[in-house]
Design a protein around this ligand. Structure first.
Ligand code: IMP
Ligand code: MG
Length: 183
């Protein structure tokens, strides 16, 4: 096979590495320890935000040494291939009973912050004892809301990233690291 064809066949031929798999795993382990300390003795429900949080949620919950319940919530801003968000839609069909429980929303990235702000507001309808947020990445330079993520693993610059759950047009989610697609 010609070298060029070989490159095209690779899942990540055009992706510039930003954060390695090992760096992610180390940070997620630390986050799990921190959450284990802060939620000790508290009834905890982890709510993963679909679809981008799938890898973070499955890795993170294995690092939390507490009893916990797991649920999912779907948020989409219908951006398609565009990289700027539009109207936020929230699907709560997979949210379990969280009344009187402490909810930790887990998402891949806090960008403008509109998604997390909308999710926190919506969850108030379910009468949780508290709602906090944890994200892998925080693109702080783009954040326009008043709130900040309660927990984050990495601050990143204003670049559109993929991998470890994050997609571009639903591709690249399966990469075990974070990178930037280069044409
Ligand atoms: P926010 O509402 O602007 O904070 O955007 C949050 C959502 O937009 C995330 O849950 C992601 O789905 C998506 N998003 C924001 N920035 C990126 C990126 O750099 N790569 C992939 N998805 C992103
Ligand atoms: Mg998302």
């Amino acid at each position: 096979m010609a070298a060029e064809q070989e490159m095209k066949g690779r899942r990540d031929a055009a992706v510039r590495r930003l954060i390695s798999e090992a760096e992610i795993q180390a940070a997620v382990e630390q986050l799990g320890q921190l959450i284990s300390e802060e939620y000790a003795e508290k009834p905890l429900t982890i709510l993963g935000v679909l679809t981008g949080s799938i890898m973070l949620v499955t890795d993170l919950i294995r690092q939390i040494e507490l009893p916990l319940k797991l649920g999912l919530i779907q948020a989409s801003s219908y951006r398609g291939t565009a990289t700027s968000p539009s109207e936020l839609r929230i699907n709560t069909a997979l949210v379990p009973d969280v009344s009187d429980r402490h909810v930790l929303l887990v998402d891949d990235i806090f960008d403008t912050g509109k998604t997390m702000e909308g999710l926190i507001e919506r969850l108030q309808d379910f009468n949780p004892r508290s709602v906090k947020s944890a994200v892998l990445l925080w693109k702080k330079v783009r954040t326009i809301v008043e709130i900040e993520p309660d927990y984050h693993c990495f601050l990143i610059p204003d670049e559109f990233v993929v991998g470890y759950g994050l997609d571009f047009n639903d591709e690249y989610r399966h990469l075990p690291y974070i990178g930037v697609v280069e044409e």
